[in-house]
Design a protein around this ligand. Structure first.
Ligand SMILES: Cc1ncc(COP(=O)(O)O)c(C=O)c1O
Length: 561
């Protein structure tokens, strides 16, 4: 009898387990091969990296440069340090004074460059955090130094500082009689909602205080209406700092309902087609510039392997495929346009790539210079309650949602969008900004400088063509030349549309001059056989040596207690 039952039981078990195993295998195949696709491993490995820093001896020749080159670098570094201190005494004093009390300042200062260089750089190349004024494309520090602003205010600054000052003034005037009353609406809220529905092509809007909150609400609603839990996001894509959309390094928790899959991948489409537990797919269209890669900060610029470049047709085709599979499987397609909304086209990424989403988040520039997040969606997905089950609601509130001053500035922003001079800025935008990038690249190439740029319209990133461990120094050369980046450095330059040809040419001149100085100072010296992989191996060996050193010291430290 047993001889009959046992194989039958085994067969039954196999029948139950095989589909689950197949699904698991498909999921694994749909992960991107890099660490951005393996968030748990990435976090585990990040936790193992030991902290260490280069001292003065090693700082200038980590690539094995001969002593003449190291001396030249060291002298240039000292000159730059002196110039920074001489130029900005008040700005630097204010920054040093505030640093201990502002956590964010400590964080950004520590992660401006790769950690091995960070402490020495902080000591000698301090960056002032305080500024006094903006004037069109310029920003001025407390010492009166003016620089071209390509920080883009994290993407908020699309039309130039004067534009947002105007929006805020007009918004404040509009709601002054009401003041900061919350709970009831200023009439401009209704007008803003109508305009956003028209822009997004969707039925309803909810207002939030940040992009992160708008994304949270989009995902929550998708889960509520589909009665499924799983969220699919793509490798490297940023969607704010909420736990569920930020698995991996940076988040101490492990979100259990998030799948991080490869973008532009047929294996991902297979997963979406076969699983029944996926509530939504979250897309950040900015990733078209660097699919499956993280936002390119200089703190990870350890060699010249950074790659970027847009293939608009290919990305549009990918979005169409996603749209198709989401429609077929009842999965909610969410475009997170917090960054690119209004920046790529008046109708955002939906218009730019010609694909419509079910839910779309906006933020940043939409607030007319004030903090905001907004979610637009189909009315069936935006509903937060069920008539047939009144206690089963999808809760979303927020004290400051629809704050009159924010809504006033948003109203000014949205009405300006209809002006002919603003519409004109969008005309031929891609062609204009691509031509500017191409012209800069030509100048860099003609001058034999190992730097290039890649762009998605006004969002630019700097690439390096020669293996080097010192590319991050370029942010300091740019700053010294009067070009101000955000703390993430050369991975992200964000232009506003009020950069006319004259202002852009001025940035080009400075950019080329900065690269030439850096080259002349020896930072891009390169051993004939040096490769990016070779640099990676050197760093891996350093890390291993540090880990071994620590392990050797562990027992003695313990016995010393
Ligand atoms: C695509 C995207 N989504 C969400 C967010 C989060 O927005 P916020 O910083 O306003 O919370 C950001 C911020 O950079 C973003 O770029």
């Amino acid at each position: 009898m047993n001889s009959i039952v046992a194989p039958l039981v085994a067969l039954a078990l196999l029948a139950v387990a095989a589909p689950a195993a197949k699904r698991r295998l498909e999921l694994s195949r749909a992960k991107h091969g890099s660490l951005t696709g393996h968030t748990r491993w990435a976090r585990r490995l990040a936790g193992l990296i030991p902290g260490y820093g280069y001292d003065e001896q090693h700082f200038f020749n980590t690539d094995g440069a001969p002593s003449a080159i190291a001396t030249s670098r060291s002298a240039a570094f000292a000159r730059m340090s002196e110039t920074i201190r001489a130029r900005s005494p008040r700005t630097l004093a204010a920054t040093a004074d505030a640093q201990a009390a502002i956590s964010d300042l400590q964080f950004t200062a520590a992660y401006r460059v790769p950690f091995q260089f960070s402490e020495y750089v902080r000591q000698h190349l301090p960056v002032g955090a305080f500024v006094r004024a903006t004037d069109r494309v310029m920003v001025e520090d407390l010492d009166g130094n003016r620089r071209y602003d390509v920080s883009g205010s994290y993407g908020v600054n699309l039309f130039g500082h004067e534009f947002y000052k105007g929006c805020i003034d007009e918004g404040v005037a509009l709601v002054r009689d009401l003041g900061p009353l919350l709970g009831s609406y200023h009439p401009c809220v209704a007008e803003n909602a109508k305009r956003l529905c028209a822009i997004s092509g969707l039925d309803e809007v909810s207002f939030h205080m940040s992009g992160t909150e708008a994304v949270m609400q989009a995902v929550r609603l998708a889960r509520y209406h589909t009665r499924r839990r799983k969220l699919v996001r793509f490798s490297g894509a940023y969607h704010g700092w909420w736990d569920d959309v930020q698995p991996g390094p940076g988040n101490p928790a492990t979100p259990s309902h998030t799948f991080t899959l490869a973008e532009m991948s047929s294996a991902t489409l297979r997963v979406l087609r076969s699983r029944r537990d996926i509530a939504c797919v979250l897309v950040n269209p900015l990733q078209a510039l660097h699919p499956n890669r993280s936002a390119p900060g200089d703190s990870t610029l350890v060699n010249s392997a950074r790659r970027a470049g847009v293939d608009r047709d290919a990305y549009a085709q990918w979005l169409r495929e996603l749209r198709e599979v989401c429609t077929a499987r009842g999965i909610v397609l969410i475009f997170d346009e917090v960054f690119v909304g209004f920046r790529l086209a008046p109708g955002g990424a939906q218009e730019y790539f010609g694909v419509r989403a079910d839910l779309v988040t906006y933020g940043k520039t939409l607030g007319g210079g004030l903090p905001v997040g907004a979610l637009c969606g189909r009315s069936d997905l935006m509903k937060r309650f069920r008539n047939e089950r009144p206690a089963d609601i999808c809760f979303a509130r927020g004290t400051f949602n629809s704050h009159p001053y924010v809504m006033g500035a948003m109203s000014a922003f949205l009405s300006r969008l209809d002006r002919s001079e603003i519409r004109a800025l969008y005309a031929d935008m891609d062609a204009r900004w691509d031509a500017r990038a191409a012209a800069l690249n030509k100048r860099l190439e003609d001058a034999d400088l190992p730097v290039r740029v890649a762009n998605l319209a006004t969002i630019w990133t700097v690439l390096y063509t020669r293996p080097s461990r010192y590319n991050w120094m370029f942010q300091f050369y740019l700053r010294a030349a009067g070009v101000g980046l955000s703390w993430v450095g050369t991975g992200r330059l964000i232009f506003s549309l009020d950069y006319g040809d004259a202002e852009f040419d001025a940035v080009t001149e400075r950019f080329v001059a900065a690269a030439r100085s850096m080259l002349n100072d020896g930072w891009w010296w390169c051993a004939p056989n040096l490769t990016d992989k070779g640099i990676g191996r050197t760093i891996a060996a350093e890390l291993m040596a540090q880990i071994v050193r620590r392990l050797r010291f562990l027992p003695s430290a313990a016995s010393g207690r």
